[in-house]
Design a protein around this ligand. Structure first.
Ligand code: ATP
Ligand code: ZN
Length: 368
């Protein structure tokens, strides 16, 4: 495991000469000052520079190699989904505060004139003082913004009928929207999630999740980032939310791979490993080949968060990143990943052998 303890040194490396003794720049300010993220004036909504996008694309390629042996079906959706599918998904039960709906003008000609008059008044005022009266005639469309990359997939798979014998693995990537404006650059309102989704029996899904905890850790280790996997829960809304979150934890349904990103004291979830049990199977009526309700799980890679972690730990000049990291992203990605996975498998086999020997030794001691 690669652990980095000296946060001050990491910060200094990332911030370079942008950091002054008097007022150290936050990671967000430094990313903007270095042109890596582009400020739009809205918290959590950024433009991305070429160098940022290059890292995202190379990470995405690495993730594709990591999952190639699963022979996933690759599906891509625009960052919106059908409102009725979204209603059926029960997302609003858990996260009404994060959801984003799409509205559009639904007036007539005189309504348009009213809109233009209200807009005329609005644009005379600065941002914080504007009225939103011009929006009075906006009506919900039949689309909502995608809250998690896997959401558009369940109804599509459900419409195909029963799963094949081995279940299915689907590979998706989408911009997602969550209404959680923040100054933390790791908490964006629009960000990309790359996911593998497993449909099958409970055993298949549990094995898939365990495998991805291991593979995700291999990837993050090869990126020279500190790895820590922990039990987690989602931020369920409202008074009942805590009970649901506690039950999610008690059943160990969600794990996260945490890396320090913007905040030296708190770690940020960069990968999530979720087991939904039969929740989506029931909801969407997805069945296995032998007629049981399908279980599902997904591994989600937070593309922006992993990229931010790389800039935070290795500095803003990608040419100066550690050789191994450069070789992984800009060199022979596939061979390096294969080597990393083989080494991790060998280490796991050795650990299993050592613990079996220790157990046998203990048994012999007891018998003697
Ligand atoms: P958090 O607890 O930090 O809010 P989450 O548990 O809600 O995250 P998931 O719903 O599991 O996140 O989403 C999958 C992945 O998407 C996360 O592991 C993370 O890397 C990324 N992600 C989630 N929310 C954001 C966000 N607001 N900005 C950037 N990435 C995000
Ligand atoms: Zn998912």
């Amino acid at each position: 495991m690669n652990t980095i303890t000296d946060n001050a040194a990491i910060e200094a490396a990332a911030l370079g000469d942008q950091q002054t003794e008097a007022a150290p720049l936050s990671l967000r300010d430094a990313l903007i000052a270095n042109g890596i993220l582009i400020d739009t004036g809205e918290n959590g909504l950024y433009g991305r520079s070429q160098v940022f996008e290059d890292v995202i694309e190379r990470l995405s390629t690495a993730i594709a190699f990591l999952g190639a042996d699963q022979q996933p079906e690759i599906l891509r959706f625009p960052p919106a989904m059908r409102r009725t599918d979204f209603e059926d998904s029960e997302y609003l039960k858990s996260f009404p505060n994060l959801a984003g709906t799409v509205h559009s003008f639904a007036g007539n000609d005189s309504g348009h004139q009213r809109l233009l008059r209200a807009l005329d008044d609005a644009v005379k005022l600065p941002d914080g003082e504007r009225s939103d009266e011009w929006m009075d005639q906006q009506k919900p469309t039949r689309l909502v913004l995608t809250p998690a990359a896997c959401y558009p997939v369940y109804p599509v798979i459900a419409r195909r009928g029963a799963l094949p014998e081995d279940g299915r693995v689907v590979d998706v990537m989408s911009y997602c929207f969550r209404h959680e404006p923040s100054l933390d650059p790791g908490r964006m309102q629009m960000f990309r999630m790359r996911e593998y989704i497993r449909f099958g029996t409970p055993e298949q899904v549990m094995a898939f999740r365990q495998m991805w905890i291991e593979r995700g850790s291999v990837l993050v280790n090869l990126l020279n980032l500190p790895v820590e996997v922990d039990l987690a829960n989602d931020p369920f809304f409202g008074r009942g939310g805590k009970i649901v979150a506690d039950s999610q934890r008690a059943q160990a349904l969600k794990f996260e791979l945490l890396i320090p990103v913007a905040n030296a004291d708190a770690k940020t979830a960069c990968l999530s490993f979720n087991y939904h049990m039969d929740h989506f199977g029931e909801l969407w009526k997805i069945h296995t080949a032998d007629g049981e309700v399908a279980h599902t799980g997904c591994v989600g890679f937070g593309m922006e968060r992993i990229t931010l972690a790389l800039f935070r730990h290795h500095g803003f000049d990608v040419n100066a990143w550690p050789d191994g990291v450069r070789a992984l992203l800009w060199g022979d990605t596939q061979a390096r990943l294969a080597h990393g996975m083989a080494e991790a498998a060998a280490a796991a086999a050795k650990a299993a052998q050592t613990s079996a020997q220790a157990e046998a030794g203990a048994d012999a001691g007891v018998n003697a």
